[in-house]
Design a binder for this molecule. Structure first.
Ligand SMILES: [Zn+2]
Length: 297
């Protein structure tokens, strides 16, 4: 039986990279689509190029759309980025980095691309757990947008799949660590809003990523890469203790021989069956009857 095909919206960040590796497990044909919407920095797009190539997708397209989404987000303007001491100081509510309408526009364009290229599903890395208050990262939006595009294209089978929708960041980190090849790609993903490498900034997205890896008790492959290149010290959090004790820095996979799910235990409310289900289920984020280890939530 042939597996379905998918279009993955690939920003070059942690979530979309993890979704791409999930899509590789469940689809035979994959295209990736990256939007250049006037982001302040191009590093994210460079990351997407490298990651699409590592994933050996059938086709990667970068769609340049000008600055119609500029709004007043510091992601697309010269406004100051908010920096926080640590993830405990994040205020909650809507982050200033919200780009109004971004996901609606992305999903509409992706639907048109999927229709033209005969791809069955659109995979998108949104999560309503760690969502910075963005209204277009919620299930309600995704379901309604899916229905709207089905009607727009007269294509009832069109599906939007959001594998991370109900996962917190730590679970996403664990998911990445359990899928072969994904950690290597995550070493080239980009999260920092300031576009800098090594990733030493304290913006909302960078802190949530650090919190996720800390709770998952795993080193972030991107941080490990920067450390090995000699451009960044390891953070002082416990998830780097084991690596920090190894001089000179070890080469190869820093997680070699480690079972990420066993190592994480139940820290931070993590739940191994939920992560295993997210990896193995062809319909994560929706009511499923898939026979993979069922979600326990
Ligand atoms: Zn399932």
């Amino acid at each position: 039986m042939t597996k379905p095909s998918a279009l993955v919206i690939l920003s070059g960040g942690q979530d979309s990279t993890t979704c791409l590796w999930w899509a590789k497990m469940h689809h035979d044909r994959i295209h990736t689509l990256t939007f250049n919407y006037g982001q302040r920095h191009s590093r994210e797009i460079e990351s997407a190029k490298i990651i699409a190539s590592m994933a050996q997708v059938e086709k990667h397209t970068i769609l340049t759309m000008g600055n119609i989404l500029s709004g007043d987000s510091p992601l697309t303007t010269a406004a100051d980025l908010e920096q926080y001491q640590d993830w405990q100081s994040l205020p909650g509510g809507l982050e200033k980095t919200f780009v109004p309408g971004r996901n609606a526009v992305f999903l509409a364009l992706a639907s048109s691309y999927a229709y033209a290229n005969k791809l069955d599903k659109i995979v998108v890395g949104i999560s309503q757990e760690d969502f910075g208050g963005y209204p277009d990262c919620r299930q309600q939006f995704l379901t309604q947008m899916e229905r709207a595009m089905q009607a727009a294209l007269d294509w009832e089978q069109l599906e939007f799949v959001a594998p991370l929708l109900f996962l917190n960041k730590a679970m996403t980190c664990l998911m990445g660590a359990t899928m072969p090849g994904c950690s290597e790609a995550l070493a080239f993903s980009h999260t920092a809003y300031d576009g800098k490498y090594p990733p030493t900034g304290h913006d909302h997205a960078s802190l949530l990523r650090a919190k996720g890896y800390e709770q998952a008790k795993l080193p972030d492959p991107l941080v490990v890469r920067a450390w090995r290149e000699g451009v960044m010290d390891l953070p002082f959090t416990a998830n780097y203790d084991e690596l920090a004790s190894r001089v000179p820095p070890p080469h190869g996979d820093p997680l070699a021989g480690v079972d990420p799910l066993a190592a994480a235990g139940d820290a931070g409310g993590l739940d191994a069956p939920t992560v295993q289900h997210a990896v193995n289920c062809p319909y994560p984020g929706k009511a499923c009857n898939c026979g993979a280890i069922p979600p326990s939530v």
